[in-house]
Design a protein. Structure first.
Length: 177
């Protein structure tokens, strides 16, 4: 599959088959995703892949306030932990990644979704989550920040690849010479 086909095929999937996601696939997805660029190469994330019976237990942390009922069908999750800001010295100047962390997490998330799709695993990026519950589930301190969680699985038979509905390209793009 070429890059354009990958972009056209990837979508938020909310109906998964019963097929389990192999641990090896999760590891490969995460390994590829960590090749994402980040400000000052700080890589301000830790990834936690939750699979099998533990994924069933984890589901409740993305169903905050009754949302995401479809997540009962997800077979695995990748929780993205946001690490503390990092600074380096460049000559006499201190450079920090702090203001770029949300961008870096976004780029990482796109890499995860595209790596998964390339392996035939579908995803849904989830912003509504119980961070305190996730931290407790993972044995991490209260206050650990998880900006996004990604649900993974194989789409159910007959689940359609939807046509992309986007604003007209010409309204979003200007070439300045």
């Amino acid at each position: 599959m070429n890059l354009e086909q990958l972009f056209l095929k990837r979508q938020s999937t909310r109906e998964f088959s019963d097929k389990e996601v192999p641990d090896e696939a999760l590891e490969k997805i995460c390994r590829l995703a960590t090749l994402a660029p980040s400000a000052i190469n700080a890589q301000p994330w830790n990834l936690y892949a939750v699979n099998g019976a533990k994924a069933k237990e984890f589901t409740k942390y993305v169903q905050k306030d009754g949302a995401n009922g479809w997540a009962d069908g997800a077979k695995a999750y990748i929780a993205i932990e946001q690490r503390e800001p990092h600074a380096i010295m460049r000559g006499e100047r201190r450079v920090s990644n702090e203001e770029f962390i949300p961008n870096d997490i976004g780029i990482l998330t796109a890499y995860i979704a595209l790596a998964a799709e390339d392996l035939g695993v579908q995803t849904c990026i989830i912003g509504l989550r119980d961070e305190k519950g996730i931290a407790e589930f993972l044995g991490l301190p209260n206050g650990t920040h998880f900006p996004l969680v990604i649900a993974l699985g194989y789409c159910a038979d007959g689940y359609p690849v939807r046509e992309k509905r986007r604003r007209e390209f010409e309204k979003n793009y200007k070439l300045i010479k």
